[in-house]
Design a protein around this ligand. Structure first.
Ligand code: FES
Length: 127
């Protein structure tokens, strides 16, 4: 199984790790098959809907950590609508690709992002 340099970089020096104390949206996604868990924290600007800050805590394999790190980097600065369009495939592409079995197993952060944003939208319906 081959990992790209970019995957290794985000695994070894992940960006945006930890909990955001002032988060106003969060979500957790787990993979029951392997037990890995990704938790995302977001600080959304309530006026503009822009993701001002985002962080993660991932208990899992290197690929799960790398995809979480990359997802937070890609999502920062996007609006809710833009971030809802971010896909697992885009995250994998930005990492230079993932081994096929890891694509399905570990690439969960975009799903966690969508879950957090949808829950936020439900709690903050547009006026
Ligand atoms: Fe399944 Fe890491 S081994 S998400």
């Amino acid at each position: 199984m081959e990992y790209t340099e970019k995957v290794m970089e985000h695994f070894l020096t992940p960006k945006n790790v930890g909990r955001l104390d002032d988060a106003n949206a969060e979500a957790e996604i787990g993979n029951p098959a392997c037990g890995d868990i990704i938790k995302l924290y977001l600080k959304l600007n309530e006026e503009t809907g822009i993701i001002e800050d985002i962080s993660f805590q991932t208990f899992g394999c290197g690929a799960a950590i790398a995809t979480s790190s990359m997802t937070t980097e890609m999502a920062k600065g996007l609006t809710i609508e833009e971030a809802l369009e971010l896909t697992r495939e885009q995250v994998a592409d930005e990492l230079g690709g993932l081994p096929a079995n890891k694509m399905h197993c570990s690439n969960m952060a975009a799903d966690a992002l969508h879950k957090a944003l949808k829950e936020y939208q439900e709690k903050h319906p547009k006026k």
